[in-house]
Design a protein around this ligand. Structure first.
Ligand code: ADP
Length: 374
């Protein structure tokens, strides 16, 4: 079982930077887990600790039931794919893909040649086995026509595919990816994302993946780990994070376009609890337990719909047409609201004109400390 378990893992870099605090995470066998968060939140450090490229300052990491804190990267049964591909420029694609296993074979053969008289034959059959593994991985990734090319003769997308192929050939217990698609253009990134997802399903392998791009995380992950300032904010399936963000940070980080927030003060009277904001009073019927004096309503842009008697009255600042839908920016009493509306509705809107948007049935409420209130 290739599970990865992090228990109270922390990282303190020399010089006093606390990059990771007290991370608990259980990556299940065959699961695709994506660590996501803004730059500097500690996601690469976490992955590099799993890989053994950074020492673990606190806690334990185990892979496949074995604590690996003091085990060298080469003995952890992992394969890592980096943003910069890290291919050997003087080797062909095929040689690059075979490299890890060939190195092991050469190392092993020195020992075995002393112990076994039939080592030459064994060595040949191992060579054939490695070649078969390379061919299989090349087949999975459509790399066969490129096996004899040099890395400089490949596009960025092809190089990254070779780097993934090299990892597959090693048949590791766990695949680790550190922003592998960041150097590719947007279209290719989208295509590679789909390929990786399909590959994950076919291999059934445990994968941990780091990205700063929440859309990539949403598209790839079985579960997402959202990090901020070295702390895990929430762990959950993409839909769980989208529908039930535990705090305002996760709510604002996950989802495109970004969630709208309407800030105000909490009013309690005979009519129940409500949010008083610059544009009026919004009842919060399910928030009777709200303990803070300030709060915010979070509204997804695709749930804001123009309606004649809507709660949010304002002016259309801009409209961006995106094909089947459009993004309208509306200013309402000093609050900027993004509404994602179908194109046929957007066509009837005019920049500079008045508009009213209805309060959606599904809205999120965060207390004054940013925690989810309902
Ligand atoms: P992310 O991958 O989320 O962008 P990192 O894990 O690379 O973040 O970095 C987390 C924090 O640790 C940052 O504040 C970064 O500056 C710091 N950091 C990263 N590597 C080192 C290092 N080798 N020495 C000191 N501080 C580091």
């Amino acid at each position: 079982m290739a599970e990865v378990i992090l228990k109270s893992v922390g990282k303190l870099y020399p010089g006093g930077v606390r990059a990771v605090h007290d991370v608990d995470l259980h990556v299940r066998h065959g699961e695709f887990v994506v660590l996501v968060g803004p730059s500097g939140c500690g996601k690469s450090t976490t992955l590099r600790m799993v890989a053994g490229l950074e020492e673990i300052s606190e806690g334990t990491i185990s892979i496949g039931g074995r604590v690996v804190n003091d085990i060298a990267p080469s003995d952890r049964d992992i394969a890592m794919v980096f943003q910069n591909y890290a291919l050997y420029p003087h080797m062909t694609v095929g040689q690059n893909m075979a490299f890890g296993l060939e190195r092991r074979r050469r190392h092993g053969s020195v020992v075995r040649s002393l112990l076994s008289p039939s080592y030459a034959a064994e060595r040949r059959s191992e060579g054939a086995r490695i070649q078969a593994r390379v061919d299989e991985a090349a087949g999975l990734l459509g790399l066969q026509p490129l096996l004899h090319r040099m890395p400089r003769e490949l596009s960025g997308g092809q190089r990254q595919r070779v780097a993934v192929g090299r990892a597959i050939v090693r048949d590791p217990a766990v695949f680790l990816f550190d922003e592998p698609l960041s150097n590719l253009d947007a279209k290719l990134r989208g295509e590679m994302r789909t390929e990786l997802r399909v590959l994950h399903r076919r291999l059934g392998a445990t994968m941990m993946y780091v990205t700063h791009d929440q859309e990539e995380a949403m598209g790839l992950a079985d579960r997402i780990v959202v990090m901020k300032d070295g702390l895990v904010q929430q762990v959950g399936a993409p839909t769980e994070l989208y529908d039930q963000p535990v705090n305002r940070f996760v709510a604002g980080f996950i989802g495109t376009p970004t969630m709208n927030f309407v800030d105000g003060t909490v009013e309690r009277d005979g009519g129940g609890v409500a949010l008083r904001w610059a544009g009026g009073r919004i009842p919060l019927p399910h928030c009777t337990a709200l303990a803070t004096t300030r709060a915010a309503i979070g509204i997804r842009p695709d749930t804001l719909v123009p309606t004649a008697d809507g709660a949010f009255r304002g002016t259309v600042q801009s409209i961006e047409f995106l094909g089947d839908r459009a993004d309208a920016l509306i200013e309402s009493h000093g609050v900027r609201l993004n509404a994602r509306v179908p194109t046929n509705i957007a066509r009837s809107l005019r920049e500079g004109e008045s508009i009213a948007l209805g309060m959606p049935a599904v809205a999120h409420v965060f207390d004054g400390d940013g925690f989810r209130a309902v």
